[in-house]
Structure formats: structure tokens, C-alpha cells
Design a binder for this molecule. Structure first.
Ligand code: EPU
Length: 429
């Protein structure tokens, strides 16, 4: 099994360049099949979730060309089939965007029920509600959702919950529907806006993305385009917290500071210095203990749930009691047991975690339970003296491009051991 080995306690110093946003890329790549011509996507993060998306497209008959490191071209004119290969789709949550994209293209989609990080109950009822409102019908059989429509017709949908996934799927499904679709109580995340901007650059007519009412007037045709994906706010936030936790001094480049407002403001409340510039932030940690803070995760523009575990890692070494309330998912505290192994004092009651700050953690063997839980363990390992060995790093590699290389450039002592190397280490010990 692949592992990260961290010899912690080194202050991170220097510059880190942030990659394109995972959660925008995994929506925009399936959306590219709606174009009549090739789409060139820039700033695509090379991470496992993106590789799965590209493999799905290739398997379905699209031509996928790597133009250079982070630029790809997708030409979907040879896709004839509206069925996504089962095992590939099942391995990642965002494969559900093939529902909306294929339905829009072929009036039919057959995709497995989504997999991905286990963060508790993750239904797709709001996605299905929207497809139905647009005139589609579906059956769920043998783990597959089979959706079809004679014709998709513009409609009005009120989401019972604010959901990123259903908002994006509703935009994808309605972009070529007949007439006007109005989505109310829509998600406002930057990646929702990015997907809408991408589709508009292909000739779509989408207004209001970034607010809670989105209006989509269906168009007959979408054309190929060239588009650059926004920077990943969560990757940026993760490096910002890592800089703070190691009491370092890191410049986080290639970002949109507005997308990081909550992260910046919470870091400042703990006593971290964050200097903001047009396209970068400088994060300067301090040697004295950080101050306690409370965090409640909420849909955008609230504090992002995807940054909650990383902040928890920082707060384990803050002075006093911090309270984290998870407002989005049922089970996003799976990192707690692992941080306890490292000496953290955390108790959890339902959706609330109470963290009693301790002077320091100590390195330990731990396991990443999901993507952001894994990021929290990396931060904890970097912040403390001693060796931390993180297993199940495939979760982390789903969402962070070149994490080992980027951290090593900042002075971290982190290495990846592949399964074979790990076995030899095990035998040698
Ligand atoms: N929900 C429903 N019904 C639905 C859809 C969602 O009840 O039909 C509930 C969910 O169970 C959850 C809440 O609504 O309690 C919000 O879910 P949402 O649909 O917004 O989340 P998602 O689309 O499953 C995306 C990101 C997550 C991120 C959340 C919240 C992608 C591929 N995933 O998930 O990213 O945490 O939005 O911002 O975009 C991550 O990157 O680590 C990650 C988990």
C-alpha cells in the first residue's frame, strides 16, 4: 500500500503555485461533450479524479489529447453511447455529472450510482427531482440509474437543500432544453460559476450563476471553446493552513483571494498573518500558540466544509477550546481518531467537535479516511516533530496535484513510498 512518510517539525518556506480547481474540473470535463467541436481546457489539475473523467471519456469514444502539462483537448464528436462504464463511474462521486451532460446530449444517460468519499448519507434525490421536472424519467436497477426523456423542456425547480452537485447537474441538463429553466435556492460556489462561464463561452445562455437564482435559456447548439479553469480554493487553503501549522512563511500563488475570504479571516483570528495581493497571499505563522476559534461550515459564501478537517489539525495546537460545527455532511469527523493517535484532544458529539488545544502533537502511523481528512493528517504530520506515516493516500491523491513535490519545494521532509518500497521498509524494520 502506498504511504506518505513525513519527518515533521520543519517550517514551510517559499512559494507554492496552486493548480486548477478539482471541483470545477470534474464538472467542466463532462460538460465538454456538449460542444459540437473540440474544447481546449487550460489549468486542468492532474489528479486521480480528473484521470478517471478522461478515461471515461476516452472509453466512450471521445478524443482526448494532452496538449501540454495542464492543457487538454476534448473532442466528443465520436461519442455515440450514453452509457458510462460502470466501475469507472462508481469509483468517484463527480461521475454524476455525466447524468446531466449525457441527458442533455442524447436525451438519455445510464450511469452507476456515484461513489467517492464516504462523508455520511449522500443522496442524489435533488438531481433526480430536477431531471424529472425537465421531463425525464428514470429507473434505478443493478446499481445503475437509467434516465431518459423524449424531450427536455425548460422548467422551474426549487432545491429543498443547497446542493452543488444538483445545481451543476441541473445546469448541464437544461442548457439545451426547450425554453427557460429557473433554478431557485441554487448553490453559489465558485465552481458553479466556473461551469456556467465555461458553458456560456460555448454559446449557452446562463444568467445568475453565483446567486441563488440561476436562469438558463436553452440553446440549440454549443460550440467548441478554449477555457482556463479557476484556481483551487481548497488546495490554496490547505497550503495556507500548512504554512500556519508549521509556523512558516509561504506565498500561495495563482489564486483568487476573494474565493479565500473565509479561510483568510479565520486564520487571522487565530493570530496568523495573512497579507493579500491581487493574485497571491502571503501566510506568516508565529512561534507563540495560536488563539482558539469556532467554525461552522455552511454552503458558499459560508465557511467551506472542505477546509474543516485542515483547520481542525491547526486548532489541535491552539490555546483553549475550539468548537467546529459541521453544517453540510453527516460524517466529516473521520480524521478525529487519527489525530487522537497523534496526541490531539478532540471529542465529537454528532455534528459538533470540541477541540482542547494541546502544546504539541507527536508523529504516528495514521490512515487517511477521505480526501480532506488525509489533508488534515498531512498538516498535523508536518507541524510536529517525529515521523508520521500516512496510509490510504489514494484519497489524498484524488484531489491534490503533486502534493509531495510542492511540499518538498517548501522545505518539507515528505516522501511517497510505493507499495513495493513500503513492503521492503516493513521487512527491514
Ligand atoms: N444532498 C441531498 N440531496 C441531493 C444532493 C445533496 O440531500 O440530491 C445533501 C448532501 O447529502 C449534503 C448537502 O446536500 O448534505 C450538500 O451536498 P452537495 O450536493 O453540495 O455536495 P456534493 O455535490 O456531493 C460537492 C463537492 C464536495 C464538497 C460539497 C460541498 C464535488 C465533486 N464535490 O459535493 O467536495 O464538499 O460539494 O461544498 O464537487 C471534496 O472536494 O473533498 C468534496 C467532498
Amino acid at each position: 500500500m502506498d504511504k506518505f512518510i513525513i519527518n515533521g517539525g520543519k517550517k514551510l518556506q517559499g512559494d507554492v503555485k496552486i493548480s486548477g480547481a478539482k471541483n470545477a474540473a470534474v464538472a467542466i470535463i463532462p460538460a465538454a461533450i456538449l460542444a459540437d467541436g473540440p474544447c481546449v481546457l487550460e489549468n486542468v489539475p492532474i489528479i486521480n479524479d480528473v484521470s478517471i473523467d478522461l478515461k471515461i471519456l476516452s472509453k466512450m469514444g471521445a478524443e482526448v489529447k494532452i496538449i501540454n502539462n495542464n492543457t487538454i483537448q476534448i473532442d466528443a464528436k465520436h461519442i455515440k453511447d450514453s452509457v458510462v462504464p460502470y466501475e469507472m463511474a462508481r469509483s468517484m462521486r463527480a461521475s454524476y455529472y455525466f447524468f446531466g451532460a449525457l441527458l442533455s446530449k442524447f436525451n438519455h444517460a445510464k450511469v452507476s450510482m456515484p461513489g467517492g468519499c464516504d462523508l455520511g448519507d449522500r443522496p442524489i434525490d435533488q438531481h433526480l427531482k430536477c431531471f424529472k421536472a425537465l421531463g425525464a424519467d428514470y429507473v434505478i436497477e443493478h446499481g445503475l440509474v437509467d434516465i431518459s426523456a423524449k424531450q427536455l423542456i425548460g422548467t422551474q425547480v426549487y432545491f429543498d437543500k443547497v446542493t452543488v452537485g444538483a445545481t451543476i447537474n441541473a445546469i448541464l441538463a437544461s442548457v439545451k432544453a426547450d425554453g427557460l429553466t429557473i433554478l431557485e435556492n441554487a448553490a453559489k460556489e465558485p465552481h458553479v460559476v466556473d461551469l456556467a462561464n465555461f458553458l456560456n463561452s460555448m454559446g449557452a445562455d446562463i444568467m445568475g450563476a453565483g446567486t441563488d437564482v440561476i436562469k438558463i435559456r436553452g440553446v440549440n447548439k454549443l460550440i467548441g471553446t478554449r477555457y482556463s479553469i479557476i484556481p483551487d480554493q481548497i488546495e490554496a487553503g490547505t497550503y495556507m493552513v500548512a504554512a500556519a501549522a508549521t509556523r512558516g512563511n509561504v506565498t500561495v500563488r495563482g489564486i483568487i483571494p476573494k474565493h479565500l475570504e473565509h479561510i483568510t479571516s479565520k486564520l487571522r483570528k487565530t493570530g496568523v498573518t495573512v497579507n493579500e495581493f491581487d493574485e497571491f497571499v502571503q501566510v506568516i505563522g508565529k512561534n507563540e500558540p495560536y488563539d482558539r476559534i469556532n467554525i461552522q461550515t455552511l454552503p458558499h459564501p459560508g465557511f467551506p466544509t472542505d477546509m474543516q478537517p485542515q483547520f481542525a489539525a491547526l486548532l489541535t495546537i491552539a490555546q483553549g477550546t475550539s468548537i467546529i460545527t459541521e453544517g453540510i455532511f453527516d460524517n466529516r469527523f473521520k480524521y478525529v481518531d487519527e489525530l487522537r493517535r497523534m496526541g490531539a484532544d478532540i471529542s465529537v458529539d454528532g455534528k459538533v467537535a470540541v477541540i482542547e488545544g494541546v502544546p504539541k502533537l507527536s508523529g504516528a502511523p495514521v490512515k487517511a479516511a477521505d480526501l480532506r481528512a488525509g489533508a488534515a493528517l498531512v498538516i498535523a504530520g508536518l507541524s510536529t516533530q517525529g515521523k508520521t506515516i500516512i496510509e490510504d493516500i489514494h484519497h489524498i491523491e484524488r484531489g491534490y496535484e503533486d502534493i509531495v513535490k510542492k511540499l518538498r519545494l517548501l522545505g518539507a521532509d515528505i516522501t511517497k513510498k510505493t507499495r513495493y518500497e513500503s513492503d521492503s521498509i516493513g521487512k527491514a524494520l
